[in-house]
Design a protein around this ligand. Structure first.
Ligand code: ACO
Length: 369
């Protein structure tokens, strides 16, 4: 007779979720959860987002890691976009019901990486905006739009997505967003990328695996549900009662709480500052601020022993919605912005040569006597 599994022994009570465990040394980014600070290669996120283009921020992150034949990342990404567009046919030959994210993974698998001298980090990161825009156009029954290699990533991404040049404020907002989420310590998707890289699988495999880890609502899948929450609340005066009801039903409030931050996620304020630069009178922002205030008060009451504050996803949803990006594209856009970060971690991991392989505690049945 085998003994029945004790599910209580599988619950997080005796599993740490690797909290606080150091798995890698990195020069890329540092998350200070107590102070609420994020550094990328020594620079605070507030000094990068809204100040540097996505390409310049990546060049800052990739210094000494990725060498470019031309030395110019904007030009190299333009070329990578054009090469990636040659492969979007594979994305068109896919079942109609695939999501944008699923179709992007097909496009990434089909991306040719073998015929060029371009570093994989450039080819893959440069391809992602093309894959996103093409996947969305295919989903809408439209033809994918070819990239313009002379534009910067944020500008070309919106143009390929919408079919027309986007207004300057929308480009600036998307650029700010992409820089804000470029890298963030050993989050779940970056860890997934490093685990895959540690087996000496390819960078592409690591990025595809990281996309899978990103998708869940406890990580990069949260901003769409944040917008659903704002829709459900409807009006600022409903915020407190809606939030109370949600918490008493045992649900989690999307866009709040974090594994590392015990205070406000600094990226929330970087994105909120981006909202202030957009044309004003955004009723969604007024609603979001009311929901945030109600949520913080309710969380402090419901979980007095755990500091739960606003995370990056809350204002991601409001900012991207304000520039007309559909909520189904929030997580795909997160993947576009995070891919250069994943690639940088893969390169660091490859340099260590050490397989990541933790252990588990066996709580299953013993052999029959
Ligand atoms: N709403 C309500 N309660 C919460 C929330 C929340 N958003 N977040 C945490 N809690 C509660 C948990 O229920 C738990 O309570 P308990 O001890 O009484 O069971 C306690 O706070 C600790 O939560 P854990 O899940 O153990 O903390 P962990 O570090 O594992 O989780 C996470 C962090 C997953 C981000 C969590 O805060 C959460 O689910 N947030 C909502 C989803 C979200 O916003 N995801 C985006 C995260 S940002 C990013 O990845 C880019």
């Amino acid at each position: 007779m085998t003994k029945a599994l004790k599910h209580a022994e599988l619950t997080p009570a005796n599993v740490t979720g690797l909290e606080g465990v150091i798995v890698a040394n990195t020069v890329l980014s540092d998350v200070d959860g107590v102070k609420g600070a994020l550094l990328l290669r020594g620079k605070p996120i507030e000094a990068l987002a809204g100040h540097l283009s996505f390409e310049d921020a990546i060049a800052h992150l990739w210094q000494d890691l990725v060498s470019l034949p031309s030395g110019d990342l904007r030009r190299a990404f333009g070329t990578a976009r054009v090469r990636a567009f040659a492969g979007v046919a594979a994305m068109q030959a896919t079942p109609a019901d695939l999501t944008v994210f699923e179709r992007m993974r097909v496009g990434l698998s089909a991306l040719s990486l073998h015929e060029t001298q371009t570093p994989d980090a450039v080819a893959i990161s440069g391809a992602m905006p093309v894959l996103l825009a093409a996947a969305q156009r295919i989903k809408e029954g439209l033809s994918p739009i070819a990239p313009d290699s002379g534009l910067r990533t944020a500008e070309d991404l919106l143009r390929m997505l919408l079919g027309t040049p986007a207004p300057g404020h929308a480009v600036e907002a998307v650029d700010r967003y992409l820089v804000t989420i470029l890298d963030h310590g050993l989050n779940a998707s970056t860890f997934a990328a490093r685990v895959i890289a540690s087996t000496q699988a390819d960078m592409r495999d690591a990025v595809i695996g990281a996309m899978g880890a990103l998708k869940g609502p406890l990580h990069g899948g949260a901003p769409g549900p944040v917008l659903d929450m704002l829709d459900a609340v409807g009006r600022p005066e409903n915020a407190a009662s809606w939030v109370d009801q949600e918490l008493s039903s045992g649900a989690r409030l999307m866009g709040f709480g974090h594994r590392v931050y015990r205070t406000r996620d600094p990226r929330a304020d970087v994105l909120k500052a981006g909202l202030r630069k957009l044309p004003q009178n955004n009723p969604k922002l007024v609603l979001a601020e009311a929901v945030e205030m109600a949520a913080l008060a309710a969380l402090a009451k419901a979980k007095p022993d755990r500091a739960l504050d606003t995370n990056v996803e809350f204002y991601t949803a409001v900012l991207l919605d304000a520039v007309g990006i559909d909520r189904s594209l929030f997580t795909p856009l997160f993947a576009v912005g995070r891919t250069p970060g994943w690639c940088a971690h893969v390169l660091e991991q490859q340099a260590t040569g050490k397989l990541i392989r933790p252990g588990s505690r066996y709580v299953g049945p013993k052999p029959d006597a």
